[in-house]
Design a protein around this ligand. Structure first.
Ligand code: SAM
Length: 292
């Protein structure tokens, strides 16, 4: 039997056998530490009850460990050169399907219909390509698929932003956008030394799970998201200044905004980072009631 894919020796051997180079442009930093892989699978509490979508299987190091734990695995890889490699490295796992797809263009609902039986909770587990971490998370959340967990490795700094609390320097538009839909926790930090090639940054595993308590409902998600973006446009400026940046300086509009803030007991002089997700939603809804 072959040794685990996840070791520096086997990783280099596979790359050499297939004459492959690590593609920096595709964020190819492969995990070579079996303990970290076990920890990722454990962080997602992946069991034979779960169907799992993996983004970017690479040469299959993480896929292999998910396959051992899960019911079915569907892995989406954009690099066509890796497809024949994966066919071999994962050949012994009959619960794995690899498809050549760009995650950002993939129709996940259709893939799920075609590959899973609809009887198992669906999780996402991935060591993400770092150049598109946020777009991938947005794409996953935009589908509104009820994932029972999303377990993703990313640059530590981005992980800090996802799991930030209001009032901290890491709390921003991305935090609010993601925490609007999911609970976010950083599970553990991963040093750069366990990858080949080594990235220039440390990483962290973030676990997103369904909300325990529902948020208020925005009248319009689009309006809520764009309000949040606008309020964080200039982080060092006050909420009031950013709102003027969004809505202009027309005196009537200013007065209405002033009134909305008073009604909500939000001081115009605070910075946006102090507002919770629910406060942003209330603000968005009140502004729309005031026809602003
Ligand atoms: N899962 C492997 C591991 O942990 O060793 C590889 C992770 S590597 C950080 C990211 C992987 O995502 C690479 O295999 C890369 O080719 C793939 N990838 C990059 N952009 C992608 C995209 N848009 N859609 C799907 N896969 C992508």
């Amino acid at each position: 039997e072959n040794p685990e894919i996840a070791s520096p020796v086997r990783t280099r051997a596979i790359m050499e056998t297939y004459g492959l180079n690590f593609k920096k442009s595709l964020g190819q930093n492969f995990l070579t530490d079996i303990n970290i892989l076990h920890k990722i699978v454990a962080a997602g509490d992946v069991s034979e009850n779960d169907d799992v979508i993996e983004v970017g299987p690479g040469i299959g190091a993480l896929t292999e460990q998910i396959a051992k734990a899960a019911h079915q695995v569907l892995a989406l890889e954009i690099d066509e050169q890796l497809i024949p490699v994966l066919a071999e490295t994962l050949g012994q796992y009959d619960n794995v399907t690899v498809v050549l797809q760009d995650i950002l263009k993939a129709d996940l609902k259709e893939l799920i219909r075609n590959n899973f039986d609809g009887k198992h909770p669906i999780k996402v587990v991935a060591n993400l390509p770092y150049y598109i971490t946020s777009p991938i998370i947005m794409h996953l959340l935009d589908t509104k698929i009820a994932f029972s967990a999303i377990v993703v490795m990313m640059q530590k700094e981005v992980a800090n932003r996802l799991s930030a609390q209001p009032g901290t320097k890491d709390y921003g538009a991305l935090t609010t956008r993601v925490q609007y839909q999911m609970e976010c926790k950083t599970a553990f930090i991963v040093p750069r030394t366990v990858f080949i090639p080594q990235p220039n940054v440390d990483s962290a595993i973030v676990v997103l799970t369904p909300l325990q308590e529902k948020h208020l409902e925005p009248y319009s998600e689009e309006q809520f998201f764009s309000l949040v973006k606008g309020c964080f446009a200039h982080r060092r400026k006050s909420l009031w200044n950013n709102l003027q940046g969004i809505y202009g300086k027309n005196p009537e509009v200013r007065e209405k905004i002033q009134q909305v803030l008073t009604d909500l007991k939000i001081s115009p002089q605070i910075r946006a980072e102090r507002l919770s997700v629910d406060e942003f939603i209330s603000l968005a809804n009140k502004l729309s009631e005031a026809k602003i």
